[in-house]
Write a protein that binds this ligand. Structure first.
Ligand SMILES: NC(=O)c1ccc[n+]([C@@H]2O[C@H](COP(=O)([O-])OP(=O)(O)OC[C@H]3O[C@@H](n4cnc5c(N)ncnc54)[C@H](OP(=O)(O)O)[C@@H]3O)[C@@H](O)[C@H]2O)c1
Length: 386
């Protein structure tokens, strides 16, 4: 048996009833609950893991709120969440050659690759039967694991911050840049202006842009997170100064400020994982030939825009969904050199995971939230527990 967090459809219904369906008032910690699970047998291609640390991921929030779809109900009433983890291999099935006991690994969450390698479904979310990694132990297929780059210069918590968000950012960046370069070559415009709105994926997206010499701008309401990115040469724009775009006048003021910062050009690439009120300013500040890329819908799933305006400015809207497994490997190779994530100031204990999720929901994070699952850490990571 492994202690494991679950989300149950009854808990979602009860919490929704308690707050009269007002999602702003939902207490996610009343929905994500400690449970127990009997792990499946270790098959020939399986790996048995001790989970060391996990990151708080936004899809867990979506699952607990049932705001996009009620994925828990759709999956029969219970899900075991958590699709980003760092663990130690305890034992391996007889056909596993890539890993051995003692290896430290990270997961990816591509649950069901399509013919091109992109996920049809996400592990521990909509992939049927998938068991997530907010638990003390797990049994996974060896294809779901990547060796953790322990010597990349990051500490253990920083490495644990990246398995889901870094591949997402990596794919979005390659896509947005590729689309832009189809329209405007590097010879014609070597340096791009790149904007992203607050959030862990966006921070990593901007680190990729900056590492290639572009001008990067982070529009966030969090002073701590803006300050952290400024250290990497990424300019902060205070979203609260524009009232999180509550009124048209706020959007206009943001456009004015961003135009000033970019000498009147605007942004060639915009990463918008939030939609809702953030979409309009992101689109309006696009430069000619701009690309607006998204893999998220935190504030809204719908968007509305003027197609004629987008057409005459030759704007491309692009949508992505996680990465291929090869892409996850490539993103992992950039840990420490490109990806230097900001981690929330508190490392939560396993027992405090529900509080971490609720504080993430309340937007109190100063960086990516990390939960230490294992009390005893293996010798191989002792030097990384800063
Ligand atoms: N499809 C995929 O492959 C994929 C992968 C990863 C994530 N996602 C989705 O992408 C979205 C963001 O994920 P993430 O991991 O980057 O999130 P995250 O690290 O949890 O960050 C969320 C950010 O939302 C911002 N925020 C919160 N309330 C806001 C509001 N009222 N107005 C404006 N901004 C607000 C905050 O930015 P401030 O700094 O401004 O406060 C916060 O930093 C989620 O919907 C997630 O599920 C999708």
């Amino acid at each position: 048996m492994s202690r494991q967090y679950s989300i149950k459809a009854e808990a979602i219904a009860e919490e929704r009833k308690r707050v009269n369906d007002d999602l702003d008032k939902v207490d996610v910690s009343r929905v994500v609950a400690m449970d127990e699970l009997e792990l499946r047998e270790v098959g020939p291609g399986d790996v048995h893991l001790k989970i060391l640390a996990v990151s708080g991921e936004h899809n867990v929030d979506h699952a607990a709120l049932a705001d996009t779809v009620n994925i828990t109900e759709a999956r029969g009433g219970t899900i075991y969440p958590g699709n980003s983890a760092l663990g130690e291999v305890i034992r391996t099935g007889k056909d596993v050659t890539k890993f051995k006991a003692g290896d430290i690994v990270i997961t990816h969450c591509n649950g069901d690759p399509d013919p091109y390698g992109f996920p049809l479904r996400i592990w521990a979310y909509d992939q049927p039967e998938s068991i997530g990694w907010y638990g003390e132990e797990a049994v996974v297929g060896d294809w779901q694991l990547i060796k953790a780059p322990l010597d990349c210069g990051l500490n253990l918590w920083e490495i644990a911050a990246l398995p889901l968000r870094a591949p997402t950012a990596y794919h979005m960046w390659r896509r947005a840049k590729g689309i832009f370069r189809l329209k405007v070559s590097e010879e014609k415009l070597p340096t791009l202006n790149v904007l992203a709105f607050g959030g862990g994926v966006s921070e990593l997206f901007l680190m990729l842009a900056k590492s290639e010499g572009h001008n990067a701008y982070f529009c966030s309401g969090s002073e701590e997170r803006r300050a952290a990115l400024e250290k990497h040469g990424i300019e902060g724009i205070d979203q609260l100064q524009f009232n999180r775009f509550a009124e048209r006048s706020d959007v206009k003021a943001f456009i004015g400020e961003s135009k000033t910062r970019t000498n009147g050009t605007g942004m060639h690439i915009v990463c918008d994982m939030l939609r809702g009120p953030v979409f309009a300013p992101g689109l309006a500040i696009a430069a000619r030939m701009g690309v607006n890329v998204s893999a998220g819908w935190q504030l809204s799933t719908g968007i509305d825009y003027n197609s004629a305006g987008a057409s005459t400015k030759q704007i491309t809207l692009d949508h992505t969904h996680y990465e291929t497994i090869e892409g996850c490997e490539e993103a992992t190779a950039l840990y420490g050199s490109v990806f230097k994530p900001t981690v929330h100031h508190e490392i939560y204990s396993f027992e405090d995971l529900p509080r971490a999720m609720s504080e993430m929901h309340e937007n109190k994070m100063t960086g990516i939230p990390i939960i230490r699952v294992a009390k005893d850490m293996p010798e191989s990571v002792q030097g990384l527990l800063e």
